[in-house]
Design a protein around this ligand. Structure first.
Ligand code: ASP
Length: 382
């Protein structure tokens, strides 16, 4: 790893490239147009600029990830997640201070592959505390992309405010050629400062798209166009800070959610098991033996698995383990009592929720109940 001086120099170089690129684009392209605005009021960054009194107060909570990452060699692979602090991220984005009044704090500085219950609880409690204050209008969370969808959905279920909460990450580290972090952060702050972002639940902003926490998933290992909402599509689009909204979510979240982290210092253990041809029940037994109170199966097709796995799960259900059938497929719903008799076996069908999201909801559900009928109701409502 380079010294921190070198990584900061690398960041400034990358920014220099970005700024030069932006300058060239401005000279060569026609003036930006906006289908929703009249010719007399162009929707340019300049036209949208607000006075300090009009600007929203946005607090950035940094957790690490590639967006704060640095690589030793700009052309090469490999980098260290969470190398930069929140102040560096804010400074790295030209004109961000014209979008909102910004303050930042570091909640963690980890690659999101290491995200855990303790950081989730800290982040959720801090977000609730900040949003309860009249001095904060919105929160932006910078985060690694690997588990971004899980953190976003966790916050969606436990944040008790209608004020916007936007998660943002990047696929390329700050020092990479064509780093995507600065543009993503600019758009994320713009969405958070947008009055129409209120009451939409927790959002993620990346690659010029806005997605709901519930629907979004990471679909590509390295491409910047990796976040998709396979069953429903994005919640909106955002380009150089100009926001266009699509439909609102019809599922419960934030202020309508029954889940709370107040007074909670731990969450129940829930494991995910991946179904495949010839799946044996051994890992199911092992998960329960090691303390799992809930199991999510990334099933084949419509949440299916081998007969020995089904029989073993049904046996654990009788002892109070909650079993959710999700799917390893990237889209589609897992239907109740379709291929498998869930009523008879006491299983829960995940509906639209993928295994990672099902795990988050089941962790919170288990704080309330072990009754599969109640848990099924939660999977239909959230
Ligand atoms: N491993 C990184 C993380 O999730 C990847 C990224 O941020 O894109 O922190």
């Amino acid at each position: 790893m380079n010294s921190s001086k070198n990584t900061v120099r690398g960041l400034l170089c990358a920014l220099g490239l970005l700024l030069t690129g932006a300058g060239i684009a401005a000279q060569e392209s026609p003036p930006p147009t906006n289908p929703g605005s009249s010719k007399d009021s162009p929707n340019t960054e300049e036209a949208r600029a607000k006075s300090p009194e009009e600007m929203a107060s946005v607090r950035i909570l940094a957790t690490g990830g590639t967006i704060a990452g640095a690589q030793g060699n700009p052309q090469g692979y490999g980098y260290k997640s969470g190398a930069f602090k929140v102040e560096d991220l804010i400074k790295a984005v030209p004109n961000l201070d014209k979008v909102a009044k910004l303050t930042g704090e570091q909640v963690a500085n980890i690659g999101s592959q290491d995200m855990n219950d303790a950081v989730w609880l800290k982040l959720a409690k801090r977000t609730n505390e900040l949003l309860a204050s009249p001095d904060v209008d919105a929160v932006v969370v910078t985060h690694g992309t690997d588990t971004l969808e899980e953190t976003a959905y966790f916050l969606d279920l436990v944040v008790k405010s209608e004020k916007p909460v936007v998660l943002v990450g990047s696929m390329r580290p700050a020092t990479a050629i064509s780093a995507d972090g600065p543009g993503n952060l600019y758009n994320a702050v713009s969405v958070a400062a947008s009055p129409e972002a209120k009451g939409r639940g927790v959002l993620i902003v990346i690659n010029d798209e806005i997605h709901t926490a519930r629907n979004v998933t990471k679909t590509n290992t390295t491409n910047v166009e990796t976040f998709r909402s396979p069953n429903r599509g994005p919640a909106g689009v955002v380009n150089t800070g100009e926001v266009h909204w699509f439909e609102r979510m019809d599922k419960k979240h934030t202020v309508d959610s029954e889940f709370s982290v107040t007074g909670k210092n731990t969450l129940p253990r829930v494991d995910i098991l991946y179904a495949h041809a010839n799946m044996s029940p051994d890992l199911i037994d092992s998960a329960v033996k090691n303390g799992a109170k809930g199991l999510v199966i990334a099933g084949v097709g419509d949440g299916n698995m081998t007969q020995p796995a089904l029989d073993t799960l049904a046996r654990h259900v009788k002892k109070g383990v909650v079993v959710v059938r999700s799917t390893r497929l990237p889209s589609g719903l897992v239907l109740r009592n379709n291929e498998i008799n869930d009523d008879q076996k006491g299983f829960v069908a995940s509906g639209e929720l993928n295994p990672a999201k099902s795990r988050v909801l089941l962790q919170l559900a288990l704080l309330e109940t072990k009754d599969p009928t109640r848990v099924q109701r939660m999977f239909e409502e959230y």
